[in-house]
Every structure is written in C-alpha cells, then in structure tokens.
Write a new protein. Sequence first.
Length: 253
Amino acid sequence: MEYSVMELARLSGVSKRTLRYYDQIGLLPPTRVEANGYRVYSQREVDMLQQILLYREMDMPLKDIAQLLGDPHFDREKALENHLHSLIEKKERLDTLAQTVRRTLASMKGQTSMSNKEKFQGFKENMVKENEEKYGKEVRGKYGDKVMDASNKKVLNMSESQLHSADGLRAQYESLLKEALQEGDPAGEKAQKACDLHRQWLCLYWPDGMYSKEAHRNMGDMYTMDERFRAYYEAIAPGMAEFLRDALQVYCA
C-alpha cells in the first residue's frame, strides 16, 4: 500500500511539515516523487517512520537516528527488541518513583510512617537500575557478577549523607581534573590530586576490598575505549578521557 504525505501524516500523527523536513535532511525520503511533485511513501517508509518515532521518544538526536538507520547492517527486529527492553526498564523506574510518591503522600496524611532512608530508597533503586542498564554488561564481563551485585547492594544501603558525599567527590575531582587538563601535565599536582579524589569516589561504590592500583588503572583504559564513558568525560572538556587515563597511569604506577 502507498501513501501520500497527507495520508501518512494522518496515519502517524506526524505533521506534513515534519515529513517534508525528514525528506529534506535525508532521514525519510519517499519511495518516489510524482511529476506533479507529490511524495509517495511505501510500507518500507511506514516502518522506518515508526522506528524514527521510537528513537525520538528516547530523545535521540535526528543526526544519530539518521546515522543508525543508514547503517547497512541495521537490524530492525533487534532494534525493536532493544526498544522494548528500554521501555520496560523505563516503566520499572517510573513505577518505583510512583511508589515512593504514594508512600510519601500517605506519610504526609498520617496514614503511615516513612523513614528518611525509605524516602530515598526509590532514587537509589533507580540509580542501580540505570547503571545496570548502561554499564552492567561490560562491568560484569570485566569484574564478574559477584562484584557487580556487591556494588549494587552497597549503593542501595547508602545513607543520604553518603550519597551527598559521593556527588561532592565526583564534582571535586571533575573540577580539579578540568583545571589540570588546562595545565597539560597528567603527572602534575592537580592531576594527581584529582586521581586520589577519583579513587575515594570509586571506593564509595566498589565493594570493600576490591580496590587495587591495577583495577584503578584499568578504569582509565575503559574511559578511553568505551564510547559511553569517553562521551561523558569529553562532554566535560575535549581530551579529558585520555588525560584522565594518562594521569591514572602515573598515579597507579
């Protein structure tokens, strides 16, 4: 079955203007353009538009969607399976937060009691789920299930003050690392101080007794080799991932 721009807009809920824009940027060109200039879309474009909208729901930039869909090895079935997994994870996180809000409201109305620890438990559970979703596979493959499970348990048992301390340490070492990067010396005083703060931050999350210089140095290597870690540090300052890796090699020598 084929669709005009208007028909596809009605079918999908996407405006005609948006469909034309997707065509202009090469994201969703029609099957053909008639002599009168009318765009005609086939079932392939319908399926592609659904994929685009699913990625947009995940806040993926259009340029990234275009790059992904333009990959000759793109597997639509696998992509949909990944979508489903992400949506289920998101639903679970929202359900956890909704339960926290319900209990908080009930506590405020005097219907039940809620400890300070319980007030933050939902946030910690979501933190663990998000980290598991993003990095669980790599961390479990590198350090084993036992280490990852112990780390998750440690986070869930953190107090509000410990979570605050963790955020403070992260902000400190990132700020100091940015200053050290400007100086350009990974062996310098600021860079090495940042590495020590980074060690303290890691130890708040890692299971007791896990820390070693070798494990710490391996984290620096991971920051440059894993694109997600690299993107995080590059967002702080260009060249940050490599600089932290080099600084950690000195610190852990």
